[in-house]
Design a protein around this ligand. Structure first.
Ligand code: SAH
Length: 219
């Protein structure tokens, strides 16, 4: 085993499994995907720490546990089509690409999207389609999705996203709450009804845009 492989194994056994991450597909994806490739070179040493890592332009790559918890909460099957809002480094995207059939991902900041797409291509994640822009209104042309993941904090669940998950059990995992502290929720759609479940406290950078914190810029 290389040092990086050992670090990933350590991350799985000490940061993820003891905190309730049990989905074998999530654990396997995170044991295999080289997280260091998604970080700025000067941050690579922090890749497997139990913490979020700063990216450029004031954004952050979530703590490994948070990536795992969100991925598990989506309850993905290998046939699912999933939408991610907030590509950031692309690490979460790479994890999703192992768990679902197709991944659609939207990032507001063009430079981050470009860098993420380059790494995803290098890793052979061919089932990912990336787009630059405001994702707070989803990706209507590709809807319905089996699941939607928002990796930025929203003031409320955007109405458009509710419309863009499958009627019979589509899932949305999203941090909602004030700017400084949010709750990670899973919403499950049953027709016109949406069931809401609080999963944990969390802290994300703001979801900007039309159905996010309007009028704000990510930086
Ligand atoms: N999942 C990412 C986390 C990135 S942080 C990772 O694994 O690295 C959240 C990201 O959401 C930031 O890159 C930010 O620019 C982006 N973002 C914020 N509001 C957005 C919006 N309305 N549409 C698309 N991306 C948005």
């Amino acid at each position: 085993m290389t040092d990086r492989e050992l670090q990933r194994e350590w991350m799985v056994e000490h940061q993820l499994r003891p905190r309730g991450i049990e989905d074998p597909r999530v654990l396997e994806a995170m044991a295999e995907i080289p997280r260091e490739l998604f970080l700025p070179v000067d941050q690579a040493a922090a890749a497997y720490e139990d913490a979020a890592v700063p990216l450029s332009q004031g954004q952050t790559l979530s703590q490994p546990f948070m990536v795992a918890a969100m991925s598990q909460a989506l309850q993905l099957t290998p046939r699912d089509r999933v939408l991610e809002i907030g590509t950031g480094s692309g690490y979460q995207t790479a994890v999703l690409s192992r768990l679902a059939a197709e991944v659609f991902t939207i990032e507001y900041l063009p430079e981050l999207s470009r860098a993420a797409v380059a790494v995803l291509r290098e890793l052979g994640c061919v089932n990912v389609r990336a787009r630059v822009g405001d994702g707070s209104g989803g990706w209507p042309e590709e809807a319905p999705f089996d699941a939607i993941l928002v990796t930025a904090g929203a003031p409320a669940l955007p109405a458009s996203l509710k419309q863009q998950v499958r009627e019979d059990g589509g899932r949305i995992v999203i941090p909602v709450g004030p700017r400084t502290l949010q709750t990670l929720y899973r919403f499950v759609r049953h027709g016109t009804e949406v069931e809401r479940e609080a999963l944990m406290d969390c802290r994300f950078v703001p979801l900007v845009g039309e159905e996010g914190w309007r009028g704000e810029t990510p930086e």
